[in-house]
Design a binder for this molecule. Structure first.
Ligand SMILES: NC(=O)c1ccc[n+]([C@@H]2O[C@H](COP(=O)([O-])OP(=O)(O)OC[C@H]3O[C@@H](n4cnc5c(N)ncnc54)[C@H](OP(=O)(O)O)[C@@H]3O)[C@@H](O)[C@H]2O)c1
Length: 183
């Protein structure tokens, strides 16, 4: 079981632009033979922050203008507020220390992986406690100048270990890193 941060990022390290838009990413569509289907097959629990969850709430994409929840796995949404639920979605709203939540997620995940969807600071909170095993980023061929940072932490010693680099057409380079606990 691994805890993985899987996300697309701009070349200059932002996962959303300053308006929390992902239009820069969606212009490319899904990469041909991309890694997502193999990745999500091995995921049994997911976590995200409130802004990411609100993005889903605010971007309804079915005919009835309801938010579309595409995840079959149980999800933990970190928030200090009371946010609306999505009918049919298995969501727990949690706050504070990520460690007990990670324990609960690990129990639910069994042998499979935990996906930290984002944002970057929430992933950083897991990293701070040595609870992040891998970063898998699709570096997208755009720069944004500002926005939501990929991972606002200083990770220098020990450094990340680059495990693979894969090119998807002209739009994406996917890098996979092993993460070691902070010293
Ligand atoms: N490029 C991609 O593939 C990708 C992937 C994921 C996300 N995104 C986008 O990137 C942006 C990320 O936004 P973001 O950086 O603001 O991050 P976020 O993690 O989605 O949301 C941050 C919020 O989560 C809550 N939170 C975080 N840690 C908490 C804790 N320990 N306890 C309680 N609440 C906690 C707080 O909300 P409260 O105000 O409720 O306290 C905080 O303001 C979004 O626009 C999202 O759509 C892009």
């Amino acid at each position: 079981m691994k805890t993985q941060y899987y996300t697309a990022t701009s070349l200059d390290g932002f996962i959303a632009d300053a308006e929390n838009s992902l239009d820069w990413l969606f212009q490319f569509g899904e990469p041909e033979n991309g890694s997502y289907s193999n990745f999500i097959r091995e995921v049994s629990a997911i976590a995200m922050g409130a802004t990411t969850y609100e993005w889903i709430l605010n971007h309804p994409s079915d005919d009835n203008s309801n938010p579309v929840w595409t995840y079959e796995q149980p999800a933990w949404v970190f928030t200090s507020r009371s946010l609306p639920t999505i009918p049919g979605a298995d969501i727990k709203f949690v706050k504070g220390d990520v460690r007990p939540v990670h324990q609960e997620m690990s129990a639910a995940a069994g042998d499979k992986n935990i996906w930290l969807v984002g944002g970057g600071d929430l992933v950083g909170q897991f990293y701070d406690h040595g609870l992040l095993d891998e970063i898998i980023v699709q570096i997208t061929s755009v720069t944004l100048g500002s926005g939501a940072p990929l991972l606002p932490r200083r990770i220098v010693t020990p450094p990340l270990k680059l495990l693979s680099a894969t090119v998807y057409g002209h739009a994406f380079a996917e890098l996979r890193y092993q993460v070691f606990p902070p010293e």
